[in-house]
Design a protein around this ligand. Sequence first.
Ligand SMILES: Cc1cc2nc3c(=O)[nH]c(=O)nc-3n(C[C@H](O)[C@H](O)[C@H](O)COP(=O)(O)OP(=O)(O)OC[C@H]3O[C@@H](n4cnc5c(N)ncnc54)[C@H](O)[C@@H]3O)c2cc1C
Length: 440
Amino acid sequence: MIGGGLAGCEASWQLAERGIDVTLFEMRPVNTTDAHQTDRLAELVCSNSLKSDQPPSASWLLKEELRQHHSLLMQAAERARVPGGQALTVDRIAFAEAASLAVEAHPRITLVREEVAAIDPEQPTIVATGPLTSNSLAEHLTRFTGSDRLFFYDSISPIVDAHTVDRSIAFAASRYDKSLDGTGDYLNCPFNKHQYERFIDDLMAAQAVEAHIPGDIPYFEACLPIEEIARRGRDTLRFGPMKPVGLKDPRTGRIPYAAVQLRQENLRADSYNLVGFQNHLKFGEQARVLSLIPGLERARFLRYGQIHRNTYINAPTLLTPTLQMKAHPHVLFAGQICGVEGYVESIATGLLAGINAAALAANIQPAPPPRASAFGSLVHYITRADSKNFQPANITFDLLPELETRVRDRKERHRLQCEKALHDFEPWLQAQQAASSRQN
Ligand SMILES: Cc1cc2nc3c(=O)[nH]c(=O)nc-3n(C[C@H](O)[C@H](O)[C@H](O)COP(=O)(O)OP(=O)(O)OC[C@H]3O[C@@H](n4cnc5c(N)ncnc54)[C@H](O)[C@@H]3O)c2cc1C
């Protein structure tokens, strides 16, 4: 197992729980990446949100399938949960600690803190080295896969010290009052028109970090830096990450002109991240521009937004629906490097790679998950997407198959898609669990 991140921990655990001995190679802290800050396994490098946990959403469905499969990381997330409205939001330290403790204590897992620079195709291997795969392994992969590495860049959002947010301006609320416990899980910084216009002017004039990045490399649309969004039109941010809908400023009783939402970062609620505010401005410029946000005039930033690399293989040309390489069936890929995007998607492909590798170890041909399920839809996407324009994807209803009958109401359609997914998932799950108990 190469890589002790989200996919690597889940895959190792699934293998070990099926009676397979695993050697897990994790290069941190000997080598590190631009985004990881600790030596813990399963570190969340940016947001602390595992997205919606509210049915019927595609992200909920994926989590539900993981939970039904006794995912280690879903259990860790549950233990580390903090208030986050309808999202599954976690204390990142508690989450990584729970995962690390479980993996390190497992009698079948041997953790080796070492960088792996090459793959032996005869050795059963799962590659889960993530978007920040070390350079030496990435270079090896270029040759090993016979395809070009694909790089693109996205960014991470800033974190602010909660005690320095001006609470006489920033107010607690969830959009449309949809809080899990009724207390209002986000802090909201409201803008009037004048404040918004000033903010946009300063944002557009701010200097970005020197680009050591080729200009023609596309950003992943879901992670666009705010300065890039602002360049697309003065109001684009107001309809994107700064949208005020569903929020009422208690000082005016009205919906603000725009708003920045701050999401709780940890259980102590002493830090918040600026939702959707990823950017790659120089740190000094960020300090100046972000202090124009009402309520953050005197805020202390614990981390500024940053830019980072993303490495992934061309899965449609390289992988089978069981995440095995077509050319080297003992080698499987999981996590962001296999062409999915997101924490939960990485965990899900880790789980699949783990159970598939366990089947191979028992000389059983693994069975891909059913097409209608969220697992099956992810695998279908990465193995069947257009290889020429292949880009990593989050789980969405677009990836799930359409229903046989047309249902106009969106919510009802999504409910039925979830129902069908879980219905088809059940027999596959039973078969996996039966195989697992035979292996133990
Ligand atoms: C900066 C950044 C911000 C992101 N923000 C979000 C977000 O907010 N929300 C979201 O859903 N997704 C986000 N993602 C995308 C993705 O969900 C995460 O990167 C996720 O951690 C991917 O899981 P993974 O298991 O594939 O990789 P990782 O969790 O990164 O794990 C890979 C592990 O492999 C190790 N490794 C790398 N090379 C080697 C080697 N040669 N030998 C041994 N070990 C090696 C690394 O140290 C790391 O521990 C972000 C990605 C990045 C890079």
